[in-house]
Every structure is written in C-alpha cells, then in structure tokens.
Write a protein that binds this ligand. Sequence first.
Ligand code: SAM
Length: 291
Amino acid sequence: MAGELRDWDIVSGVGITALGVAAARAVETSRPDPLVRDPYAADFVRAAESPVPMPTRAEEVDDDEYQWSIMSVFLGLRSRFLDEYLRDCVDTAGIRQVVVLAAGLDSRAFRLEWPEDTTVYEVDQPRVLEFKDEVLRRSGAEARCERRAVPVDLRDDWATALRDAGFDPKAPTAWLAEGLIMYLPEEVAERLLTTVHAHSEPGSAIAVEYMPGVRSALADSAAATLAERTGIDITSLLPDADYDPHVRLGELGWSVDEVTVAELAQRYGRTFDDEVSELAGNGRYLTARKR
Ligand SMILES: C[S@@+](CC[C@H](N)C(=O)[O-])C[C@H]1O[C@@H](n2cnc3c(N)ncnc32)[C@H](O)[C@@H]1O
C-alpha cells in the first residue's frame, strides 16, 4: 500500500486516489441530474499538479476516456448513499460528532447542511489536508459546521490526535471510512476498527466501504484495463489482504447492515455496464450501530 510509504501528498502514493475520486465527483456534478453536487471537486483537480490528466466535466470525457464516466457513476452512487447515511445519523439519531477517517478531498463539511452544533473531524495525512485547506481557502469556501482537520497517519496513534483536536469519546459519534479500508494492511484495519469501537459510545454509527476480492478483480483483464486507464497504479497501493469489517463489527457487538454497489445502482436508477460490475460491482457499504 500506502504501506511502506511514510507520507505522501495529493499527487503521490495513495494521496492521488483522493484526487481521482474528486475528479469523478466533479464529472458527476457537471451532469444534468447528478447524484452528488460537489462544487469544490473541480477546484481541487485544477489546483493539483497531477502527473495524470483528470477531467472536471462530463464534456471532457469522450469515448476514449470511458473510465472517468464509469468512475463518475460509481462515485455518484457512493457519495449519495454516504450523504444519506450522515443525514440519517444527524437528523434521526441526533448525533452531533462526525469523524471522517481518511477524509481526502471530501467536502461534506462544506457542502452538506449540518445542525449548528455539529463538529466534523477530518483525519488524513498532513500534506493532503494542507492542500485541501489551501484550495478551499482560495475558493472562499465556508464550513457549515465546526470543522477540525486532524493531520495524522492512521497507522500511528490517531486517536490521541483526535482527542487533542477536541473529540469527545463520551458523545455518540458518526464515523465514516469511505475509500479507505482496502488500502490498509490487515493489522492496521483491525486496529482502526478496534480503536473506533473503544471510542464509540452506544448509539454511535459507522459506515465502511469495502471490496472483497478487489485484488483478484483487478487481476481480471477488463477490470485491470479500466483501473490502468485512470493512470493510477491502484494495484500497487492495495495490500495483499481481505479484511472483513462486516464480520468484525458483528463480533464486536455492533448491529450491521450492508448494501452492494449494484443494489445502489438500482435504488438510484443508474445502470452499470459489465466493466463496472467487474471492478466495482463487488463493492459494499456497511452501516453499523453500536448497541
Ligand atoms: C480514495 S481516497 C478517499 C478519500 C475520501 N474518503 C473520499 O472518498 O473522497 C483515500 C484516502 O485515504 C488516505 N489514507 C490512506 N492511508 C492512510 C493513512 N495510513 N493515514 C492517513 N490517511 C490515509 C489517503 O491520504 C487518501 O486521502
């Protein structure tokens, strides 16, 4: 992964995956009936000096660049579902403390409506968050909640950094791990979940994206071609592990639900062609509640 690298910025290591998903959100945002409206995504892509070209609008994506069309559908589904998860945590469950693990260029603190007393913590590598803050500052973006950046490596003692930033372990929390767990070696993923568990009051919630068998899916020719076409060497960033957060959270006593990307496509009225199904159709989103 990310594995051996100690740190990275927005155009290197696993950092560039955050830029890639921002590009896909920008393309989806530019469509007439988008599943996500992320007004900052294009700013990030334009500001970064990416070694691989990335689009910001659907018009820039021609037939030769079908990988970005597919990615934008995938990111649209994922963003919409996880936006709804957070909405539900705040509106229905009354949670006011949110922790976005590996926030990357996630702009939810700026683009979603939050109750006034909500605090959103964004955890990621220092140079990724520095880039993000600089672009948002130049765009004149204003957070719609109390937003706190927590620059730390998730392989280190991130819980102390989170508490130092003001996190209250006695308050119920909505955790989000989007586009993260597949990049972590098994022992880091395990430590991440048990740390979340230890810092979660009953009533806390978590959403985790995971992709069983993603490495073997990427060994398949159509999926491999699709991934290669993004210009990001995704396979080299994935550890040789298949951590199952669903089973683990169940063992820790959380009640767990799950939905597949294919089910989301049906729910939100998008079609998936075969290539997407091979690569992303196996993707899953679990949502869990601590009893
Ligand atoms: C695919 S991006 C997802 C970003 C964001 N969650 C989203 O969906 O837009 C992966 C993110 O994980 C972060 N990440 C991966 N391993 C990490 C680690 N050990 N410590 C901190 N951040 C990490 C990267 O810096 C990157 O921002």
